[in-house]
Design a binder for this molecule. Sequence first.
Ligand SMILES: Nc1ncnc2c1ncn2[C@@H]1O[C@H](COP(=O)(O)OP(=O)(O)OP(=O)(O)O)[C@@H](O)[C@H]1O
Ligand SMILES: [Mg+2]
Length: 333
Amino acid sequence: MKIGIDLGTRNSLVFIPGKGIVLDEPSVVAVSLSENKILAVGAHAKEMIGRTPDAITVYRPLKDGVIANSKITQAMFRHFISKVNTGINRFIKPELLIGVPAGISSTEKRAVIQSGISAGAKDVFVAKEPILSAIGAGIPINLASGHMIVDIGGGTCEVAVISLGGIVTAESLRIAGDVFDECIAEYIKEKHNLAIGDQTSEAIKIKIGTALKVEKEETMEIRGRDLETGLPKTIKVSSNEICEAISDPLDEIIVCIKGVLRETPPELAGDIMDKGMVIAGGGACLKNIATLISQKTGVPCFIAEDPLRCVAKGTGAVLDNLDVYKKSLMAKR
Ligand SMILES: Nc1ncnc2c1ncn2[C@@H]1O[C@H](COP(=O)(O)OP(=O)(O)OP(=O)(O)O)[C@@H](O)[C@H]1O
Ligand SMILES: [Mg+2]
């Protein structure tokens, strides 16, 4: 039994060869403190964020793409394994292939492997997320030609140039969707004197957020707490305000992409100029992100198909063709 896992800061996906993606849930766990018991994992737990009594705590066990709470991560792994390993397979210990950020330290990598083993896996393999993301985006990574992938997730932005199945140059930035949300909340606090929750700022970003100013603005009514009166209040925000709110983290992402391009050997840079770079991860869904990046870098940009699922699909392709991708897997310890 082999299971591929995209352990994301925001979303975790599980892939089983022959079945495809069987689970796609927020990386959230709700724990009852009094009974020290896991109450819910995934979507159910996410609904509880910001709405729990004292006796319940909701955790996001991943931060910046790596494990911040190993006990809770283990609970999440155990949940995934039990959900997919049913019937007769229940007694077979699965092998896990887990995607990790390219810039992960060896301690962080060990934590991933250890959490998988403690959750009941027979063995844990790890592969770098940009490679998995590129495979899942349909990029033929084993060719002797340069390909560039930019994966903008919740916790990390990973930029990599890949050739012959390996990473040639890469940079991991711990700035991505979560930071966009924080900047939106900060902006609304400063400009409108309104405190809003994480889920509201994310909803604003998804509904009207844009990477470039637009002529035809969209607006959205949002609710929060007036910081002067302390009472609930509704206000209207518009696309270009959100564009302004997230411009700093977007600039940092552009600087990171430019840095990787500068370090790329000329032959490969030429290949990338020809074919363009591919954007994946949930951040690829931000309106006008491809236009912004290609304007700033001069390199054509394309959004991957199904960008939130590229890493999970990549784990699937690797599990289905282990001999082809052997050299793209990381050494285990
Ligand atoms: N339509 C959208 N517009 C803008 N952002 C979006 C959209 N849809 C999803 N996102 C953002 O994408 C992020 C989640 O993406 P993804 O699932 O790829 O991250 P992750 O894999 O969990 O994180 P990481 O790879 O950093 O560990 C969240 O910040 C979410 O708000
Ligand atoms: Mg991801």
